[in-house]
Design a protein around this ligand. Structure first.
Ligand code: ZN
Length: 558
């Protein structure tokens, strides 16, 4: 591709072009702003190069010689890269009159490329730094067969259809506004309805699981973040402080220190432990505008956060409980496939080796106990303790990081918390941070894509739409609507002066699970004609039967 670009657009300089998880890209510095048409031209040129079946030749050059070569070619980005490489020699690959800096390996010849497609072009700063020049990044994919390529393109089409930003607009769930600010989410009534269901399910289950619920402020004195160490290791993600009556305050990037303060507010005995504090806590973190993405990467979000304070003997049991709780919650939302990672001690860490071993073992034991397959991420733990990350697989098999369970040796020490043991001496409790859904914003984004906007009944913004066939059925429609609402079912009535076919299409577009069609017959019989969003007809039924039918499905959370 790089060769084709250089032939078509002389003077183009090449930056970096790696293989990535889902294809490849090349960043190019080209005078022309590349369009869809250009991508097609590049593809044609690539086909010519492939047909020529020229061998790729690998050469090892002394660094000085390589520098000279790329200087002569005017490839300034390559020169910069070579200057940073270690070693006496660098490798280049050649094909025809094209030469590129590359570690390799390569195919034997251009003719071995079977099926490929260029997908898109987007702006990308040299080295991802917005102070540098904006280059053009061309994305593509390549497969060993046309069939595999076709399958992948179909998958991409499906991904596009499910894009939560697109569905968020179509289904009127949420928006992001330039007036408000980048990465700050507005939940519309229909999205907020889903969130309310998620939150109340979350609350009920947390009370059942022995958690206590907290509410904490959105800001705190800067000094607090100094004590916790956030100013040392988390500053990049924090906003500038604001001054209030001569004291600096900081908007919170995390909820942890607040929960610790509640713990600290009275003398704790070993009899009080474990203490489990949970909060739907809204935090604000700085992310560069370039990495913000719909609901998936935002600047303000609500974590389903909790902190468990326990004794060392209680870690095993607490971790196991959290793990079981996580899996129960994820399953309820329809995620049955996970990838689990256990991250162990990094090079830089706080706490004792013995403590790390104990905590890591507790995490490992809990995974084994549940028979959960997991991978080890060596050295990828946080500096304050080991952790388990759970990534869910959605209906397209894509991985999403949601849940995290982290043991912390740092904060109890830093904030100096203790509990009184049976021997009347003071001990440091162990702290476990955990978030099951991660953030509500992100989780909602994943849910939208997982279900392609067609939420199961219990989560649907509107569970049933009442669709009167004619004007004269509206009054009976109101009676049905009130009955449903009184039973706690989220329902609406389409009283617009439109044909029934159009009303059905509208409700189907909104992915409303059930449509209650009412005409002369239904009004006379006190019934509705029930239709599913799939188009299937569930037949005529009484209002009472309808309510118990819907309630049963809601209760089962299917
Ligand atoms: Zn925390």
């Amino acid at each position: 591709m790089a060769h084709a670009v250089k032939e078509l657009y002389p003077g183009t300089r090449l930056a970096i072009g790696p293989a990535i998880a889902d294809g490849f890209y090349y960043d190019v510095d080209c005078n022309r702003s590349l369009t869809e048409d250009d991508l097609q031209r590049i593809e044609k040129k690539m086909e010519e190069i492939i047909r020529a079946d020229r061998p790729f030749v690998r050469r090892e050059l002394p660094r000085a010689e390589a520098l000279k070569l790329f200087q002569q070619l005017g490839e300034t980005y390559k020169v910069e890269l070579i200057n940073e490489l270690d070693g006496e020699t660098v490798t280049v690959y050649e094909e025809g009159d094209f030469v590129d800096l590359c570690r390799g390996p390569h195919l034997k010849s251009t003719g071995e490329v079977r099926a490929f497609k260029l997908l898109s072009v987007a702006g990308a700063y040299w080295r991802g730094d917005e102070r540098n020049k904006m280059l053009q990044r061309i994305y593509g994919v390549s497969f060993p067969t046309e069939e595999a390529l076709r399958k992948h393109l179909e998958f991409l089409e499906e991904v596009k259809k499910r894009d939560h930003r697109r569905l968020g607009k179509e289904l009127d769930l949420f928006s992001l506004s330039d007036d408000i600010g980048a990465g700050l989410v507005l939940w519309h009534p229909r999205g907020a309805a889903v969130r309310r269901v998620i939150e109340s399910f979350w609350l009920d289950e947390h009370y059942k699981a022995g958690y206590e619920i907290l509410y904490t402020p959105h800001m705190a004195k800067l000094g607090l973040w100094e004590t916790t160490g956030h100013l040392d290791f988390y500053r990049e993600n924090m906003y500038s402080p604001m001054e209030v009556e001569g004291t600096d305050y900081e908007i919170k990037p995390m909820n942890c220190p607040f929960h610790v303060s509640v713990f600290k507010s009275s003398l704790r005995s070993y009899r009080n432990l474990p203490l489990r504090y949970a909060e739907l806590g809204t935090v604000y973190r700085y992310e560069r505008s370039g990495v913000l993405h719909g609901l998936l990467r935002v600047r303000g979000f609500t974590q389903d956060d909790a902190h468990i304070f326990c004794t060392e003997e209680q870690i095993d049991n607490e971790v196991l409980k959290v793990l079981e709780f996580t899996i129960f919650i994820l399953r309820t939302f329809g995620f049955t496939d996970y990838d689990i990672y256990l991250s162990t001690r990094p090079d830089k860490y706080v706490g004792t080796d013995e403590g790390w071993e104990k905590a890591t073992n507790a995490l490992r034991k809990a995974l084994h106990h549940r028979g959960l397959r997991h991978e080890i991420d060596p050295g990828e733990g946080v500096f304050y303790g080991p952790k388990i990350d759970i990534k869910v697989r959605d209906s397209l098999g894509r991985q999403w990081q949601c849940s995290t369970i982290q043991v912390d040796f740092n904060l109890p020490e830093r904030l100096d918390i203790s509990y009184r043991g049976p021997d009347s001496r003071d001990y440091r409790p162990i702290m476990i941070h955990r978030a099951l859904m991660g953030s509500l914003e992100r989780f909602f984004g994943v849910l939208i894509e997982h279900y392609s906007g067609a939420f199961p009944l219990w989560l649907s913004p509107v569970q049933a739409s009442i669709l009167p066939i004619a004007e004269r059925h509206i009054e009976y429609g109101r009676i049905v609507l009130n009955s449903l609402k009184e039973s706690g079912i989220r329902a609406d009535l389409d009283d617009a002066n439109e044909k029934i076919g159009y009303k059905i299409r509208k409700a189907t577009m909104l992915k409303t699970p059930y449509m209650c069609i009412i005409g002369d017959r239904e009004s006379a019989n006190n019934t509705v004609n029930l239709r599913k969003r799939t188009g299937e007809n569930a037949g005529e039924m009484s209002i009472e039967k309808l309510i118990s039918f819907l309630k049963e499905e809601i209760k089962n959370r299917r």
